[in-house]
Design a binder for this molecule. Structure first.
Ligand SMILES: [Zn+2]
Length: 167
């Protein structure tokens, strides 16, 4: 940095992006240029910034057909959602396997549902465990009935003997 440099390096470095973008006033630009002639460090910074800018290459301008915006607006109002037309069989080809898998799983569900129906029908028809419960209950009921009959017999004996006692 020479004595003639009116601004400091940190100021120039802060201005470099704006300077490279050519968005500084003429007086600032000339001041920076004067500094760059004396300061290689800041010159390198400017060159790096310019190299960086080269990565962002402006895309070639696409020529827009006349009335393009109006055409797009008309299509949009007509219900065009901008989707590309359905691709030809090439893109549609991978779908059938998925459809087959779905059909297969549907068949599995149907088989499983049918099996459940068959099992419930079988249980309802045979009675299943309920029959065993009824059998056990029948034995208990018979025993209770016998006990009741025994009680009634004893009561009859008592009632038969009571009048004798009352007399
Ligand atoms: Zn400098």
């Amino acid at each position: 940095m020479s004595i003639t440099s009116p601004i400091q390096c940190d100021v120039v470095l802060a201005l470099v992006p704006t300077f490279v973008d050519d968005e500084v006033t003429d007086s600032v630009a000339s001041t920076v240029r004067r500094h760059l002639m004396d300061c290689s460090a800041c010159r390198n910074a400017v060159q790096e910034e310019q190299t960086l800018r080269q990565w962002f290459v402006a895309a070639p301008e696409v020529e827009v057909p006349t009335g393009f915006a109006a055409h797009v607006a008309r299509r949009a109002f007509a219900g065009d959602v901008g989707l590309e037309p359905a691709p030809a069989p090439v893109a549609a080809a991978p779908e059938p396997p998925a459809g087959r898998v779905l059909a297969f799983s549907r068949a599995l569900v149907a088989v499983a549902a049918g099996g459940l129906v068959a099992i419930s029908l079988f249980l309802a028809g045979s009675g299943g465990p309920e029959v065993a419960d009824l059998d056990a209950g029948k034995g208990l009921q018979e025993a209770l009935l016998e006990l009741e009959q025994e009680n009634q017999r004893l009561e009859l004996e008592d009632s038969a003997s009571t009048p004798e006692e009352g007399r």
